[in-house]
Design a protein around this ligand. Structure first.
Ligand code: PVB
Length: 304
């Protein structure tokens, strides 16, 4: 670790502290993600190993955050610490949206930026899905932005392929439910790629609104937010929904206008969004098919 000059702490993610640092030889900025090793029954730090192997598998994509190396350190107290060394990005999508929301500079995100970021997000997730990896916790905080180059990269792949989503992070911070697909909230046992597409839809809407689309504060309230806008699902709109583990009887809401919920989005954008927010996973557009949606016809794809 002497290779790096540690700078300020960037923050705390779901899995550990992140520091900004500089490579003393090359001057390159890096992000150090510090993880305490949790040893499983076999003596193998399973969650860290999973993240490292997933990142090594997926890191050759421009839209996935790049893992540069892994440093294993034993502290003076004899504790094992794993540092994941990543390329450094200067902000995340949450902060980026905030800069457009806060006065005195309050203004919509330029539609060209929304389109470009959504395209890059779909590219990154298509790459994950083509390798059989479901991200499962996509949210604006997990999407890192290079402001200068206008590049968006997917981060925090630690949950991919894990079996359960924690309710609290390692610092006991409450894990957000806002981007969680209805089938997950209802206790589906069959996770599919579509859970990421639902999250992408929520993030797409949030860029247009500069406000979360479904800001629920409990699993029940999260479902109520969704049902009030999209209508309460039925066996007809979502076959099998009433047999899911956590299904209850809910008030019957009719679908409301999605266009009214995302004022600055054009008709093609609203059409793509509606295809990402389908109740029936079989009807939900794939990340790969989304890339060919007419919404992106006006995007200059040569830069990707
Ligand atoms: N933030 C890898 N990584 C990063 N992880 C986070 C990064 C980053 N770069 C590489 N960069 C920044 C830098 C500055 C800011 C933000 Cl939000 C992110 C700022 O303050 O504007 N993770 C952070 C959490 C630690 C909060 C965002 O998810 C380790 C992937």
């Amino acid at each position: 670790m002497e290779k790096y000059e540690k700078m300020e702490k960037v923050g705390e993610g779901t899995y550990g502290k992140v520091y900004k640092a500089r490579d003393k030889v090359t001057g390159q900025l890096v992000a150090l993600k510090k993880t305490r090793l949790e040893i499983d029954e076999e003596g193998i730090p399973s969650t860290s190993l999973r993240e490292v192997s997933l990142l090594q598998l997926l890191s050759n994509c421009l839209y996935i955050v790049r893992l540069l190396c892994v440093e294993y350190v034993t502290s003076k107290q004899g504790k094992s610490i794993l540092y994941l060394v990543f390329e450094y990005l200067d902000t995340d999508l949450k902060k980026f949206i905030d800069t457009y929301r806060k006065s005195p500079n309050s203004r919509p995100l330029p539609s060209s930026i929304i389109k470009s970021f959504l395209y890059q997000l779909c590219k990154g997730i298509t790459h994950c899905h083509s390798h059989g990896v479901i991200h499962r916790d996509l949210k604006p905080q997990n999407l890192l932005i290079d402001r200068e180059k206008g590049i968006l990269k997917v981060a925090d792949l630690g949950l991919g392929r894990a079996f359960t989503i924690p309710m609290k992070s390692y610092t006991h911070e409450i894990v957000t439910l806002w981007y969680r697909a209805p089938e997950v909230l209802l206790g589906t046992t069959h996770y599919a790629l579509g859970v990421d597409v639902w999250s992408i839809g929520c993030i797409f809407a949030e860029m247009a609104r500069r406000q979360p689309l479904f800001p629920g504060d409990s699993e029940y309230q999260q479902l109520i937010h969704i049902f009030r806008l999209l209508g309460t699902p039925t066996e007809k709109t979502c076959p099998g929904v009433t047999s899911l583990r956590d299904w209850h009887v809910y008030p019957q809401w009719e679908p409301q206008s999605l266009a009214d919920a995302v004022p600055h989005l054009d008709a093609q954008g609203v059409d793509l969004l509606s295809k990402m927010l389908k109740y029936d996973q079989a009807d939900r557009i794939s990340a790969k098919a989304a890339l060919s949606h007419p919404y992106f016809d006006t995007l200059d794809k040569s830069q990707f």
